[in-house]
Design a protein. Structure first.
Length: 263
């Protein structure tokens, strides 16, 4: 009995997709609790989980789902959410109106200071990006746009000497630009203990490769981990096979913590 090539291809792709998701590739969207669990685990490995007061930055806060999960875990920490969408900012202000230790900044973070266009399919969309993404193949039209204020982390943090424990970045393909706008921070003694960031389809639109992110973190002496559904997978070296543009969440952990982690 012959199997039609079309159905065989579909079967193979399903198997590959399932195997990839089992190690975190393509399973990064809409699971903030899993991301916070992974961060909590690594902080515990380096003796920081007992810290009740931290400075946590959420770059690309959207509607606040990630910060909400992180706040449940570390309610005594100080949070700063950066979000440029006017619709999303209003939602954030309403959502966290009774939480004094969560500050909302209506700005996009990037590698420059000024103004830019924020593109999306609808106002307040989680797909909002400083690039007008081409998602026509998914039936998504990036026709909505608004002018937003753009800043860099180095400029925003100028004069602030607090140590940053967690930096989360989810800015639809502009993660590298956010990092490049924070080189002074990463070169300092107060660089973030841990960075959570996303790599996926949006990086196609910004022409960002995983190698670019790998080189950045390698330069500043961080170890990289991919967040799986039930565990963490250490990425010990760069390989071309890592260039898979499916939504994946990763963690960069500063080697300054002198921790040895065996996956």
């Amino acid at each position: 009995m012959k199997i039609h090539a079309f159905y065989l291809d579909r079967l193979v792709n399903r198997i590959i997709g399932k195997l990839q998701r089992s190690i975190g590739i393509g399973s990064g969207a809409f699971d903030c609790s899993n991301e916070v669990d992974a961060i909590s685990y690594l902080l515990g490995k380096i003796g920081r989980e007992s810290s009740v007061e931290m400075l946590i930055l959420d770059v690309g806060g959207n509607l606040g789902h990630w910060t909400d999960e992180a706040y449940k875990r570390w309610p005594h920490s100080d949070f700063i959410i950066f979000e440029p969408s006017e619709t999303a900012v209003i939602h954030l202000q309403n959502r966290f109106s009774d939480v004094p230790n969560i500050e909302i900044i209506s700005q996009a973070m990037s590698d420059k200071v000024g103004k830019a266009k924020l593109f999306s399919d609808v106002p307040g969309s989680g797909l909002g990006s400083l690039s007008q993404r081409d998602l026509a193949y998914l039936g998504i039209n990036f026709s909505h746009e608004e002018t937003v204020q753009v800043n860099t982390l180095d400029n925003f943090l100028l004069g602030n000497e607090e140590n940053i424990s967690i930096l989360k970045i989810d800015v639809e393909g502009h993660e590298l630009a956010v990092l490049q706008g924070a080189t002074n921070l990463f070169a300092s003694d107060r660089k973030p203990t841990l960075v959570q960031f996303e790599f996926g389809g949006a990086c196609i639109d910004t022409r960002t490769y995983f190698r670019d992110l790998w080189k950045f973190f390698e330069n500043y002496e961080y170890d990289l981990f991919r967040i799986g559904k039930s565990n963490l997978h250490r990425i010990s070296e760069y390989q071309e096979e890592l260039e898979i543009f499916k939504t994946t969440n990763l963690i960069a952990l500063s080697r300054a913590q002198n921790v040895f982690y065996a996956p």
